[in-house]
Ligand binder design. Structure first.
Ligand code: GDP
Ligand code: ZN
Length: 309
């Protein structure tokens, strides 16, 4: 019997495929149908696959379905190689806290650039609202959704905003990112209590160096969807982003960019810059422009130099 499931975990030669609450340990035999040509194809966490069941817990992967997206990082060294962390991720959920650690606009925008670069939707969750002043984040709640990035406010401690947050994750494959201490584990524990333990176990092992950094796992959510254990922040550096292409990931600049005096305007110092004019007139959120300038200056011009967050 054949069925379609999702690879949630992979070890050297075996894959755990999940389908409707069941896990199948699967192997691969010979060539995988559906695999793109080229050397070194391998099945990744996140791949949707057809498997042939050989028992209640075991199967053989027969075919890999086309990938919708992939999250990659460069492998260090002078000549970078792409390393696929996971495939078919729908969205990057960026978790920030209002304080402790302090809210950092620049960091938020860096994550959003990485999301754009990888073709993922960006979703913003601002946690620890119990520590916020009233209206402290109204500008963010106002601006970001207009750029296509929904903003959720939560307090894991006071259990506020969790239903909305759950809906944002439902039926999607989400990668959760955010600095340590912002409340990722607390949020996960509140929305899916059974998951928390597993995730913290993995983080612990990773701290002790028992797993390589390429170890990732998808966790099925009981209400539908998956979350992916956060790859290290460093692994999601702005690899492979050239200075010159940075502006294309600021989708809020795109409307104005065509109207700059110079076609290849970097929006930094050029005269007749329509982006700068739009910042002055309030059509572009000034904080976004500040983040852009900061990143522009930080970015090295060569792709193989990693730029950790
Ligand atoms: P992680 O490193 O992102 O997984 O963060 P944790 O979930 O471990 O949380 C870090 C600290 O922030 C812990 O002491 C939590 O109790 C606290 N914390 C998490 N969520 C909230 C919240 O909504 N409000 C407040 N005040 N503290 C929180
Ligand atoms: Zn310009």
């Amino acid at each position: 019997m054949e069925l379609t499931g999702k690879v949630i975990r992979s070890t050297r030669s075996q894959y755990v495929v999940y389908q409707e609450g069941k896990r199948y340990t699967c192997s691969v035999r010979g060539k995988i149908a559906g695999a793109p040509d080229g050397e070194g194809f391998s099945i990744k966490v996140g791949d949707d696959v057809r498997i042939r069941k050989i028992s209640d817990q075991e199967g053989v992967i027969e075919r890999v379905l086309p990938r919708k997206s992939k999250l990659s990082r460069a492998v260090g060294g002078r000549f970078y190689r792409e390393h696929i962390i996971a495939t078919n991720i729908d969205q990057m959920v960026i978790i920030m806290s209002v304080k402790k650690p302090a809210f950092k606009s620049g960091l938020l925008d860096r994550y959003l650039v990485i999301a754009e670069k990888n073709g993922l939707s960006g979703v913003i969750c601002i946690n620890k609202t119990d520590l916020a002043e009233e209206n402290q984040f109204s500008e963010y709640a106002d601006w970001y959704p207009r750029l296509g990035y929904p903003v959720y406010f939560t307090s894991a401690i006071e259990e506020v905003g969790l239903d909305h947050f759950r809906k944002a994750l439902k039926d999607k494959v989400s990668v959760l990112v955010g600095h340590s201490g912002v409340g990722k584990s607390s949020l996960v524990q509140k929305i899916e209590p059974s998951l928390n333990l597993k995730i913290s176990e993995i983080s612990e092992k990773r701290k002790k160096g028992k797993h390589t950094t390429s170890f990732v796992e998808l966790f099925p959510l009981s209400f539908g969807g998956y979350i992916i254990d956060t790859p290290g922040v460093r692994e999601l550096g702005l690899w492979d982003v050239y200075r010159d292409e940075l502006k294309s990931y600021f989708t809020d600049f795109v409307n104005q960019a065509g109207q700059c005096q110079f076609k290849d305007c970097s929006h930094i110092n050029e005269p007749g810059c329509a982006v700068k004019a739009a910042v002055s007139s309030g059509e572009i959120f000034s904080q976004r422009y500040r983040s852009y300038c900061q990143m522009y200056h930080d970015l090295k011009t060569m792709p193989y130099e990693l730029n950790p967050l």
